[in-house]
Design a protein around this ligand. Structure first.
Ligand SMILES: C[S@@+](CC[C@H](N)C(=O)[O-])C[C@H]1O[C@@H](n2cnc3c(N)ncnc32)[C@H](O)[C@@H]1O
Length: 323
């Protein structure tokens, strides 16, 4: 199962990601190359969101989803084609014009444009999808009870790191207990110190993401994260203008950035939301985050012990306790 992670070539080329990219092929392969994927982080983000939601069972008939800052991405159409009811949202058109989202073709002007590649049957799409103007810095209170929420490449554009962090905490209110949020954003791979922290685009450092996760965990929500940046030649390549065909990491200002996918499962009960995670879950989360190799060893040891116990029991001898 996917955990929150950074864009890597291995995950982009994995069969489960390629399956989603094939379903939305008209949105990115208009010239019909037939390539399994381009080595581009945008495609990684869309496939990451779809796969993370699918694995958690929320992409099904009648499921309700809300998308933020959807622009012209194909995800609303993809999810509607799977039977989901979608509220797609984007900022008001005058704000989008002022910030260049309309001229760069990255703003949702009408509900029809969200299915312009015909990914969903037209009648099904119109029946299952609505478009609302929503400022991610001021989410209206009527948007509640959703099974899932998502955004791709949007919460780094809210004005500052702090506003992006607040958005993630606030959008949890849109979900029903046990609902799932998946959001992708800009991650600063080269610095956990200086960064772009205000302006039209910000770059989240590891410590900014850890801050978000700590606050989510304290509210009883579940998040696991892996900060592995990947090690293939494509993972190590830092793209600069004019862009090459390999675009997983890129230079922004004096930093190296890539995409981060964040997956949050909402607390399943009010008590859990009130008292946060148990000590055991917090320990597991911190081990996974800060000492991934130690957690791997503990898991391997536990699996070995289970295997040996089964063998000994089958042999009629009693297993001893794990030290
Ligand atoms: C880089 S585009 C990404 C569009 C689309 N999600 C995609 O993946 O192609 C950023 C999107 O965020 C939206 N946006 C920017 N500021 C916003 C805000 N304050 N509230 C809601 N949406 C916003 C823009 O209108 C645009 O649709």
């Amino acid at each position: 199962m996917l955990s929150s992670s950074l864009c890597t070539e291995a995950s982009l080329r994995s069969p489960k990601f390629l399956r989603w990219l094939d379903l939305i092929r008209p949105a990115w392969d208009e010239s019909g190359t037939g390539e399994p994927t381009y080595v581009h982080r945008k495609l990684w983000e869309w496939a990451f969101i779809a796969e993370a939601l699918h694995e958690r069972g929320v992409l099904r008939e009648g499921s309700r989803g809300i998308g933020f800052g959807v622009g012209t991405e194909p995800l609303s159409a993809l999810f509607a084609s799977l039977g989901c009811e979608i509220v797609a949202t984007d900022v008001a058109v005058e704000v989008a014009v002022a910030n260049g989202w309309v001229s760069s073709g990255q703003h949702a002007l009408s509900v029809e444009t969200l299915n312009k590649f015909g990914i969903c049957d037209r009648a099904d799409f119109i029946r299952r999808t609505s478009l609302e103007v929503v400022d991610m810095n001021r989410i209206p209170s009527h948007l509640t009870g959703f099974d899932f929420a998502w955004s791709s490449c949007a919460f780094e554009h809210l004005g500052s790191i702090e506003l992006g962090q607040s958005f993630i905490l606030n959008q949890m209110r849109c979900l029903r207990p046990g609902g799932v949020a998946v959001h992708t954003t800009e991650f600063n791979v080269s610095s956990n110190d200086e960064t772009m922290d205000v302006g039209q685009t910000v770059l989240f450092r590891r410590r900014d993401v850890d801050w978000i996760i700590d606050h989510l965990l304290a509210r009883g929500h579940l998040v696991e994260i892996d900060y592995d940046p990947g090690e293939s030649p494509a993972d190590r390549h830092v793209d600069v203008p004019p862009w090459s065909g390999v675009h997983l990491k890129l230079a922004i200002d004096k930093y190296v950035a890539t995409s981060l996918g964040l997956i949050v499962e909402k607390a399943t009960s009010p008590a859990r939301a009130r008292f946060g995670l148990g000590a055991r879950e917090l320990l597991r989360y911190r081990l996974a985050r800060d000492h991934p190799s130690t957690l791997g060893k503990v898991r391997a040891l536990r699996d070995d012990f289970t295997r040996v116990s089964r063998l000994l029991t089958a042999d009629g001898r009693r297993p001893s306790k794990l030290p």
